[in-house]
Design a binder for this molecule. Structure first.
Ligand code: ZN
Length: 54
């Protein structure tokens, strides 16, 4: 199962949720810390970090 990474916009905590692609489309994950669904999804796995400082 793929792992999805989220950032809670309420408490600014990152957490990961493992669920199927289907679940991802059907469910709205909630922050395990505060229960908020105000999340920003981060991409785990294939992370393309552009840390160029030019
Ligand atoms: Zn939270």
């Amino acid at each position: 199962m793929p792992t999805y990474e989220f950032l809670c916009l309420k408490c600014q905590k990152e957490f990961t949720v493992t669920m199927t692609i289907r679940e991802r489309g059907e469910k709205q994950p909630a922050c395990p810390t505060c229960g908020s669904t105000d999340l920003e999804s981060l991409f785990s796995g294939v992370v393309t970090k552009t840390s160029r400082k030019s």
